[in-house]
Design a protein around this ligand. Sequence first.
Ligand SMILES: Cc1cc2nc3c(=O)[nH]c(=O)nc-3n(C[C@H](O)[C@H](O)[C@H](O)COP(=O)(O)OP(=O)(O)OC[C@H]3O[C@@H](n4cnc5c(N)ncnc54)[C@H](O)[C@@H]3O)c2cc1C
Length: 388
Amino acid sequence: MEYDVAIIGGGPGGCATALALKQQGIAKILVVESGCYEAIRIGESIPPDTRLLLNKLGILEDFLQENHETCFGNCSSWGSDTLSYNDFLRNPYGNGWHLDRRRFNAFLAQKAVERGVEVLCGTRVDNCDRIPSEGFQLQLVGENKQTGTVTTSFLVDATGARGSFAKSLGARKLFLDRLICAIAFFQLPPSSHFSKLTLLEAVEYGWWYVAKLPNNMLATVVASEPSIIKETGLHRMENWLAYLKETKHVSKELADCSAIENLSVSLASQTKARMPMVCAAPSFRLDRTAGNSWLAVGDAASAFDPISSQGIYKALWDGLEAAKAITSYLRERRGLEEYESLIASRFDNYLTQRNYFYQMERRWPVSPFWQQRQERTGLEKGDVPAYA
Ligand SMILES: Cc1cc2nc3c(=O)[nH]c(=O)nc-3n(C[C@H](O)[C@H](O)[C@H](O)COP(=O)(O)OP(=O)(O)OC[C@H]3O[C@@H](n4cnc5c(N)ncnc54)[C@H](O)[C@@H]3O)c2cc1C
């Protein structure tokens, strides 16, 4: 089977690229997704101006029908013990959202299918080889280990922070940071009222946030250094819970709605995953995000600190820009350099904001977590950062 564009990864970056390529008139597009949109996905908050991108992709009205949880802003204890509020009341685009990520990802893939994109779920791309006539041959492996090959004129790496294929095509990661997050989901009691704000709290060893999701679920996340997670045992439920109870604001918010008491029931009944879920949350960008007949989008191209809540926005934005670049490349053999410089300059903007944000927290001058965040302000080469 031959495609104009094959996209590896059917997350927000891959699906947005497919949708935007269809708008550009590209006919034969394949998305290969190793999952089936059934597993729990992490990362839920999207800012109000995401509606602009969803509108550009032609899916805003359908997205609004999905009834994800509205988010009216953020409140944070950051640089001070007291909470400060940044509500979206003054935002010209209105509210943001807390997504059910599993449902949101499935929605994007479904929209792509409706526009004529071929989406292969439960299929992994194992390998990609250049072919002499320009383009790539991909080796596919299905859930039952059946294999197959497809060829494509253009390849998009949308595999998330792993960025497996860009790496095999010669791109290297330039790291800024490598946080680890430990996450648990709570089921709220039916009658409870939980704030529609994202709550963020800095602590000596990192930071916590909590966000209310659709279906009365709460996502509660702690982020820290890999070594601190290990020392404190935050990857184990009993320790995670003990540290959570010591927070000032997050624990109060959860206690007010009896969520903590409900934790054991909710973990057993709502998810089959082991809690807390532990995942890497690195910040990096590739030294090259495009090359001869390929480019990378979303977290495969650059990944931001989850505190920015910009990962999904960034993936959708990349998809729109990547589609323009790919179309121009397929028609006139140009457009990829511009795409690369857009990704690099956006990362520079993120870097400035991220550094400013971490410098604001001065309550724990000897804490290794804060010292490292404040000292480490630029990119360094290597698959894993030197300090890891
Ligand atoms: C703890 C944490 C909290 C976060 N919170 C937020 C938040 O609040 N807001 C926000 O906007 N962002 C958040 N993010 C970041 C956000 O989740 C990512 O930026 C976003 O998912 C990137 O989308 P993507 O499509 O590039 O990659 P992904 O969502 O990672 O999708 C990549 C897809 O590729 C598939 N894949 C990988 N390899 C293969 C292969 N070989 N073959 C086929 N398929 C493959 C995977 O199954 C996956 O579905 C958070 C991240 C973390 C770690």
